[in-house]
Design a protein around this ligand. Sequence first.
Ligand code: HEM
Length: 417
Amino acid sequence: YREQIPIDKGFDNTLAMLKDGYLYISNRRKRFGRDMFETRLLGGQKTVCIAGEEAVKIFYDESKFKRNGAAPKRLRQTLFGEKSIQTIDDSSHKHRKQLFLSLMTEERLQDVVRIFREEWTSTLDVWIHKEKIVLYDEVTNILATTACKWAGVPLPQKDIAIRARQLEALFDSAGSVGPRHWKGRQARNTLEMWLQKIVEDVRKGNLDAPEETALHRMTWFRDTHGELLNPEVVAVEILNIIRPIVAITIYIVFVALSLVENPKEKDRLSNAGEDVYEMFVQEVRRYYPFFPCAVARVREDFLWKGHDFKKGNLVLLDIYGTNHHPDIWKNPDQFNPERFKDRAENLYDLIPQGGGEYAKGHRCPGEVLTIEIMKTSLNLLVNHMDYNVPDQNLSYSMRRMPSLPKSRFIMNQVKKI
Ligand code: HEM
């Protein structure tokens, strides 16, 4: 059967989308009583919005969708970079995806956690002497240092704060217009130039990059034709490692916020087992907003649930809404780590970092790294330090993308325990 799905009327609803933010798709799904509707976005292009587990399955079926030409230019100019892995398909995508996944061995994940813990612990020695700290800014610096060390990219002490702010601008600008967007574009140009020079130095033999690092692997990676990538693309892909590691600062601030919003959880966590930490972190990733949606284009015409998907149409997968979908999650708007107890593995329901299989589609290759860094932060916050959370505005907007508590989480009276 074929039917007309509900339509969010208007020639271009991009402004409505910016206005409703993370809830743009959910609000309309509720209004229409369907997990699929049509709208016009990004210059009036016909776009189908979908949500729920079945939708995730179809969205990650590569015979139905492609990514090339899907992400809007303003995202490529800030968040992704041109010719990045997010924008390619088929064999060249799979080949490059293996490169990313090969960096995530057990051993290398232990390395990143160790570096991160060392950086946090030595910074804690500074925090205890300060009147107050802003957790978001502090952790951004810690993660920028960690990411560069882990990736083999030299970062002199004097440059940490400035590079950290530039890396932050890449993801902070992604969902914005005006000055915040321009700051992101400028930061991207500066960072790409910096990394291109480093890649050229490695190729000329002027700089040593340890074999296991992203810098080494990406500099010497050969594409499906056996060619080295040009230095611009290598810079883009190294940023695809460093930038999202720094972005974990957002989740870490949400971890801290969740401890304030759920004070009982803190007692349960003190010296609890690894599985309790894992459940907690999964709930933070499900509950708090980060990526609102993922975007693709229809590869060839097909029919699904009564709708004719037409070649070239845009499709948005509702990430935030699927993580709060009432068919998947009981009381979705309650924070409850227990929901992950004895939960069967499912590649299509918890999708803060995309869905499906890592090697076959565009699901985030940094997901396990993210979870490990979040667990380590939770452990540090609960078991290795004491702090006071003074009065401040901890509310976070469902319009600002990425969202973040307004005060960026101020702490005082920080002590080591
Ligand atoms: C892709 C989220 C951390 C590297 C993605 C996607 C999402 C996402 C939603 C797109 C999925 C899709 O298009 O289907 C996040 C969030 C993170 C995070 C919320 C938390 C900060 C990381 C980390 C790394 C990373 C730590 C690397 C160290 C990537 C790459 C892609 C990607 C390279 C593109 C994969 C592809 O196109 O095949 N991420 N990510 N991300 N992520 Fe992450």
